[in-house]
Design a protein around this ligand. Structure first.
Ligand code: SF4
Length: 324
C-alpha cells in the first residue's frame, strides 16, 4: 500500500503550486467567503459557481446582511445553482451565527459542525483554509483519489476518513493538502479519466495506469420519470400567476405556475424535459382559461423571484416573457 511520505507530499504540493487554477475563493481566508464557496461547489461545476459567487457578495456582503435578508432574496441569489436546500441551510446558518456567535463565524470545529448544512468535510475545508487545522476534506474528488491511490475501490467512508487524516498530518500545510487533493481529483484523477501519464504522484500510486480496473463502487442512480402539467395563467397587465412551492420536495420554496402531477403518461410531447438528480420532469403546458386558484399571486416581473431553471427553460421554449 502506498503511504504519503514527505517526498510524495512535496510532489503534490509542488504540482499544486504550479498547476492550480486561479479561483477567487483561493485568494481569501475569510471564513464567510470560504463557507459560501464550499457550499456552492457541492454538486455544482466551477464554471457555474463563478458568476454566482461574485454576485453573492454584492448582494450579501456580510453574514449580518445575509441573516437579515428575506428567504426569497436568498433563493433568488441562488437561482441556477440547483439543490436549493443548500441556500435555505445557508440562510438558517447565518441566523444562527448572528444569534449564537455574535455575527462572527465560529472557529471551533464542533461549532461549525453544529451549523445547518455544514458537514464534516465542509467544516474540514473551512477550518483548514481559515484556521490551519489538520482537518481533512473528504468530498467526492478526494474519495476517488484515495481509493485509487491505495487501490481500495470498496473502501468505506470510515477507512477513507482515516486515510485522509493520515495524509493531512503528513503535510506541512493542511490547507495546501486539502486544496491539492481536491484539485488533483477535479483535474487529473477525474471520474471520467485517470490521467496517470501527467499525474504528479503516479510513482506513489498503487493504481497508476490501471485505475479503471480499481474504480468501482459508483452507485447507479435510478432516475424516475415524473409528468407535470404546468398551467399558464397570463394577463397583459398583471403578468403571470405564480405560486410558491412547499418547503420540501422538488423545487422547494421556489415560484412556479400552478402544477398538476399527472398519473399517466400523456399521449403528447412535453414542452420541456428537465433532469434533476433523481427525477426526469416531463413538463407539459397549457394556457389556462379558468381563474387562477387562490393560492398564489400575479407577478409582473419574474426577475424579482426565484424560479427553477426548468421553468425558465419552459418559458423560453414556449415564448413566455414576463418582465416589466
Ligand atoms: S496515478 Fe493515476 S490513478 Fe493514481 S492518483 Fe494519479 S491519476 Fe489517479
Amino acid at each position: 500500500m502506498a503511504v504519503l511520505s514527505s517526498a510524495r507530499c512535496s510532489a503534490l504540493s509542488n504540482w499544486y503550486a504550479d498547476a492550480a487554477r486561479t479561483l477567487p475563493w483561493r485568494d481569501t481566508s475569510d471564513p464567510y467567503r470560504i463557507w459560501i464557496s464550499e457550499i456552492m461547489l457541492q454538486q455544482t461545476q466551477v464554471k457555474t459557481v463563478l458568476p454566482r459567487y461574485r454576485t453573492w457578495f454584492e448582494r450579501f456582503p456580510t453574514i449580518a446582511s445575509l441573516a437579515a435578508a428575506h428567504l426569497d432574496d436568498v433563493l433568488k441569489a441562488w437561482e441556477g445553482l440547483g439543490y436549493y436546500r443548500r441556500a435555505r441551510f445557508i440562510h438558517q446558518a447565518a441566523a444562527c451565527i448572528e444569534s449564537k456567535h455574535g455575527g462572527v463565524f465560529p472557529q471551533q470545529f464542533d461549532a461549525m459542525l453544529a451549523l445547518p448544512g455544514i458537514g464534516r468535510s465542509t467544516a474540514g475545508a473551512i477550518s483548514s483554509f481559515c484556521f490551519a487545522t489538520n482537518t481533512p476534506v473528504l468530498d467526492g474528488n478526494v474519495k476517488r483519489v484515495l481509493k485509487r491511490w491505495y487501490a481500495m475501490p470498496e473502501a468505506t467512508d470510515k477507512t477513507l476518513w482515516r486515510q485522509a487524516q493520515q495524509n493531512i498530518e503528513a503535510f506541512d500545510n493542511p490547507a495546501t493538502c486539502n486544496q491539492a487533493m481536491m484539485e488533483l481529483g477535479a483535474t487529473v484523477c477525474t471520474a471520467k479519466k485517470a490521467a496517470c501519464a501527467s499525474c504528479p504522484v503516479a510513482e506513489h500510486c498503487t493504481s497508476a495506469f490501471q485505475a479503471e480496473s480499481t474504480t468501482k463502487n459508483s452507485k447507479t442512480v435510478r432516475i424516475r420519470d415524473v409528468h407535470w402539467q404546468v398551467h399558464l395563467h397570463l394577463d397583459m397587465q398583471k403578468g403571470i400567476w405564480l405560486n410558491q412551492r412547499p418547503d420540501s420536495g422538488i423545487w422547494a420554496g421556489l415560484w412556479t405556475p400552478p402544477i398538476t402531477e399527472l398519473n399517466e403518461t400523456p399521449d403528447k410531447t412535453p414542452c420541456h424535459i428537465h433532469v434533476l438528480s433523481h427525477r426526469r420532469l416531463h413538463l407539459y403546458c397549457d394556457v389556462a382559461h379558468n381563474p387562477p386558484s387562490a393560492n398564489g399571486q400575479w407577478v409582473a416581473d419574474i426577475s424579482k423571484l426565484a424560479l427553477p431553471t426548468g421553468i425558465h427553460r419552459l418559458f423560453a421554449k414556449t415564448g413566455v416573457r414576463i418582465k416589466t
